[in-house]
Design a protein around this ligand. Sequence first.
Ligand SMILES: [Zn+2]
Ligand SMILES: [Zn+2]
Length: 420
Amino acid sequence: MKNLYSGIRGTADLSPSETALFLDIVDKSREVIERFAYEEIVLPVLEEKGLFEKSVGENTDIVERQMFKIEGKDIVLRPEGTAQVVRYFLEKSLYKQHDFHKFSYVGPMFRGERPQKGRLRQFYHIGAEAIGSRSFYVDAELISLCSAILENIGVRKFKLRINSLGCFRDKSRLSSFIKQSLQEHKSKLCPDCKRRIRHNPLRVIDCKKEQCRAVVKSLDFKEAHLCKDCQRDFRNLLNFLEETGLKYVYDPYLVRGLDYYTNTVFEIVSESLGSQNAIGAGGRYNNLIKFLGGPDIPAAGFALGIERIMITLKESPPRYSIPVFVAYSADADSNAVYGILSNLRKSGINCDSDYCGKSLKAQMRNAQRRGVRFVVIAGRDELKKNKILLKDMKESRQEEIDIGVLAGKLNSFIKEKKGD
Ligand SMILES: [Zn+2]
Ligand SMILES: [Zn+2]
C-alpha cells in the first residue's frame, strides 16, 4: 500500500522556523505596500480557465502545459494574480467609482504539469497592481515598491532588468520582425522554439536554452520597433529611475512571454540563485482590460515569488518567545496548576507547561532547553498556601510569591528584562 504520509510532489511543508521566515517576508512586504498605498484584497484560488487563456495567452507555457485544471470542469487553480485582479475589477465595475485603483495580494498560485527541479506546483506570490493610469510614474512607483519590499525583507544582491515592448502595434511589429529574422536560423532552435516561431515568436527571445540564446543574441532589434511616444515614455522612465537612484540594466532581450504585457516589462533577478534566478517580474498591460471585454483602461503590476526570496535569505529569528514555563511536582493539584497557566495567558503572558507527566527535574531541563527565563514551580504545599516559587533561570534566583500577584510581577519583569 502506498504510504499516506508523503506530501504531493512539487508541494512544500514549511517547518516552524521556515514558517517564521515566510511570515516575516509577508509582514515586511505589507509594511512597505501600505506605505505605497496599495490596498490588499483576498481573491479565490479557483477561477475560470478561459480567463487565463484569454489574458496570459493560449500559446504560452503557462496555459498550454502548466495550468492546474479541475477534471471535467472549466475551472483551474489560478496560475497567477494579475488576470484575476482584472477580473475582480471588471466584475465589480470599479471604474465607475473612481479613475485609479491600487491593489495588492498575497496568496498561493498553482502549476499543473509534473514539476521539475526548483519548480513548485504550489507557490506563493506577493503582487501589486495599479489600474487606471498611463503615466510612467506608475511604472516607476511599482519598480520602486518592488525594490523597497526586497530591501525591507533583507534581500541583498538583486538586479532590475528592464525593457519596453512598446504599445500593441509596436509589439506586433517586434513580433513579426523576430518571426522573419528567425526563419533563416530555424534549424538551430530547440523544438519548442521551432513551434513558437509560428504562434508566439516573442517566446523564443525568452528561451533559456543555450542554442536559442545564441541565435537571439545575433539579432539586432534594440528599440527599433518602438513608436515615438513609446520611446519617449521609456526614456522618461529610465531617466526618472536614474534620478531617484534606482539602478537598472536595460535588456532589449527581456520580453516576458505573457500575452498581456505591453510597454514596460521588468524582472528582478537574484545573483545568489542559479538558472531559475528571477525572484519577481512585472510590467504594463494596457490592453488587457479592454481585451477581456472592459473599457479601455491601462494598468501595470508585478509579483514577487516568496519561495524564491526564501532561498536567498538566511533563517529568520523565531516569531515569538516563551519567557515563562509552569512546572509542577507530581503531587500538586493539577487543576490549580493549569489554572495558573490559563490566568497567565489571560494576562497576556506567553507561557507553556508540561502535559506528559514528566518529573519536575525533566520539566526544568525542558524549560532550560527552550531558553525560558522564568519558571513558575508549583508544589503541593505551596499551592495549599496559595503560593508558588518563581525562579529566574538566568540569575539562578528564586522566591516564594502569592499566586494573586504572579501575573503582575511577571509582566513587569518581562518588560524590564527585555533585551537583557
Ligand atoms: Zn508605441
Ligand atoms: Zn528554445
